[in-house]
Design a protein around this ligand. Structure first.
Ligand code: 4AD
Ligand code: MG
Length: 464
């Protein structure tokens, strides 16, 4: 029997069969074998095609075509099964496939690493090309996909326009210099080459944020967003940082920092509501096996107002917490993970916006407040994931912005087009960046960011 004899083009996804409301004849299901159990003259195969979490169980008896192939079928083998969808007499599933025919589509070598039911996350990371075949990583992939859709749904439903901002850039958005260089010159060759000799005739980098570009479109279309990969060469080996991550960056014109926080709150709420309604089966896996507090944490989002707190108030609150922090809270210093955790997990037990930060620890484009020492910046801190959102009102006054650029020692010439927008009908505007993987951690309880993206990029790791 060969592959060509069975038309797998007629296949029905397993999830669709499992959700059927009546028995059905003449169906074909394809997938990868999760388990095989053999009795004397029949066998059970459970297959999964990634259309959903649940496996489809097939019963194959000795009279089925291809029964002789069973010996060569193992966990991981790709098969096609043809037969009848019938009510399952067994426990655990409503329907099963009574197979009249089995075809092997792709054999699986005996050293297939996913034999056991449970593997450590560390091990699965080392086989990232196969881990989507497990329940957990299949569920994560589906949730990631559905939430991407929900992000577009949220913005498109509110009149925002999706702007494709560039990946290769000539400017440093965050001004922190943590950028990857893009070049066609051989960086390992002897003798220095000048930027002038390079592809673009100047230095080029992978973008750390689409913000500066999307701002220019905001000042034309009023409500815009970008959603794409961003890159940071920060050498921090934490469970919350990667060198490549995805960011959602809306930008709104005629708006201030409070409009900005409201938008971020609405977005997070929408994504949580969507997730709980749309991905219930996959989400349940995380509630049961990954994070027992997950359900309560997500339910709390729906029912509560997000706290809004100025940075100064946050520092006072931390000082009054009556506990020894490793880093004593001090006006002017960045909040540490231990501070974020105290605020979100102990004190407020939910999401907290911290706004009006000291200008010294924030980016150059943030709008200077009247006190001269803080900027209209906001971070949204959440339990479990820490900083989920970073955003601000943008400095729309050309002279103030230029002074800030000079003060930080940047070259005004590098930002000429950004400064131009402040000359030609500048308006107050604001925006933020929501780290998509941070949100996925929050939404699933997964504690290492490397596990919520298919192929993580971190210092000294670039496999797959
Ligand atoms: O706070 P950040 O650096 O803000 C910006 O890039 C702004 N330009 C965004 C804007 O206003 N349009 O980053 C935004 C968010 C963080 O709050 C965090 O969720 C995530 O991006 N993030 C990272 N996620 C994974 N790995 C990293 N290395 C990250 N750095 C930031
Ligand atoms: Mg930030």
């Amino acid at each position: 029997m060969s592959v060509a004899t069975l038309s797998f083009r007629d296949r029905t996804p397993c999830a669709e069969l499992l959700a059927a409301d009546a028995p059905r004849g003449g169906v074909t299901a394809c997938g990868w074998v999760r388990t095989k159990r053999e009795a004397k003259d029949f066998a059970f195969l459970e297959i999964n095609d990634g259309s959903g979490l649940a496996n489809l169980q097939a019963v194959i008896d000795a009279t089925a075509d291809g029964y002789d192939l069973l010996a060569a079928v193992a966990t991981g083998t790709a098969v096609a099964l043809h037969g009848e969808l019938v009510a399952s007499p067994g426990k655990g599933q409503r329907w099963e496939l009574k197979a009249t025919r089995l075809d092997v589509i792709g054999h699986c070598d005996s050293d297939y690493p996913l034999q056991k039911k449970r593997h450590s996350d560390e091990f699965l990371r080392s086989i990232a090309h196969l881990r989507a075949r497990t329940n957990k990583y299949g569920a994560l992939a589906r949730i990631r996909s559905r939430l991407s859709f929900a992000i577009h749904e949220f913005f498109q439903g509110r009149g925002f326009h999706y702007i494709h901002t560039p990946i290769v850039t000539g400017s440093d958005c965050e001004g922190a210099g943590e950028m990857f260089r893009v070049t066609t010159l051989d960086p390992y060759a002897a003798g220095a080459a000048a930027p002038d000799d390079d592809f673009f005739g100047k230095e080029a980098h992978l973008t750390v944020s689409g913000q500066l570009s999307v701002e220019t479109y905001c000042l034309a279309l009023s409500k815009v967003y970008t959603f794409g990969p961003t890159f940071r060469a920060e050498n921090s080996n934490t469970s919350r940082h990667m060198a490549e991550f995805w960011m959602i960056e809306p930008e709104i014109a005629f708006a201030d920092i409070f409009d900005d926080m409201q938008l971020a709150e609405d977005l997070v709420r929408h994504l949580v509501d969507f997730l709980r309604a749309d991905c219930a089966e996959d989400l349940d896996l995380f509630t049961r096996f990954v994070d027992k507090d997950l359900d309560a944490r997500l339910a709390a989002i729906a029912g509560s107002e997000f706290v809004r707190l100025s940075y100064g108030e946050a520092i006072e609150l931390l000082k009054a917490a009556g506990r020894r922090f490793e880093y004593p809270p001090e006006w002017g210093a960045d909040l540490q993970t231990e501070h974020e955790r105290y605020l979100t997990e102990e004190h407020f037990k939910g999401p907290v916006f911290v706004y009006d930060w000291p200008k010294e620890i924030k980016a150059f484009y943030m709008r200077l407040n009247d006190d001269g020492r803080t900027v209209a910046a906001m971070d949204l801190l959440v339990p479990h994931s820490g900083e989920l959102v970073g955003g601000s009102a943008r400095e729309e006054r050309r002279d103030v912005l230029a002074a800030r650029i000079a003060e930080l020692g940047f070259d005004e010439a590098d930002y000429w087009w950004y400064l131009d927008t402040r000359r030609f009908g500048s308006v107050p505007h604001a925006g933020f960046g929501l780290g998509f993987e941070r949100f996925l951690m929050f939404a699933t309880g997964v504690s290492n960011i490397r596990d919520v993206i298919p192929f993580p990029r971190t210092p000294r790791h670039l496999e797959f």
